[in-house]
Design a protein. Sequence first.
Length: 157
Amino acid sequence: MRIRPADPRDLETVARANVALARETEGLSLDLERALCGVRAALEDPSRGRYLLAEVGGAVVGQLLITREWSDWRDGWYWWIQSVWIEPDTRRRGMFRALYARVLEDARKEGVLAVKLYVDRGNARAQATYRALGMVRARYDLFETEIGPRGPGGEAS
């Protein structure tokens, strides 16, 4: 297995994984064109986020996205893990563990305060994986107000 940063050649692979992720974990049907635009934006501008990919035999079998959040209270960066996808036939084989280890390694080198993620309350399997890797439930609940368009033309994706 090899962990590597995504590059523009990975655009379609990552976007298709995001579509599959949304369908599997949240029952959402993402528009592939919108997903391609979102992934392209991150690949072209690392300040929006950066993808790490897990490869086996030259095939991408897993991914995650790292985004950053500034803490004025602690004068430093938090990293958020998002868009975690492992191909179904390679799950439970250490792909996420390897991706997560790389995130922690990079975060330590860059002086990051903490690595965070959010997970759907109903995704017990993912929660168990995160706990097994030493992550703990944060003290905060997440609230949101949706404002902008969620799909081409503003319709729900």
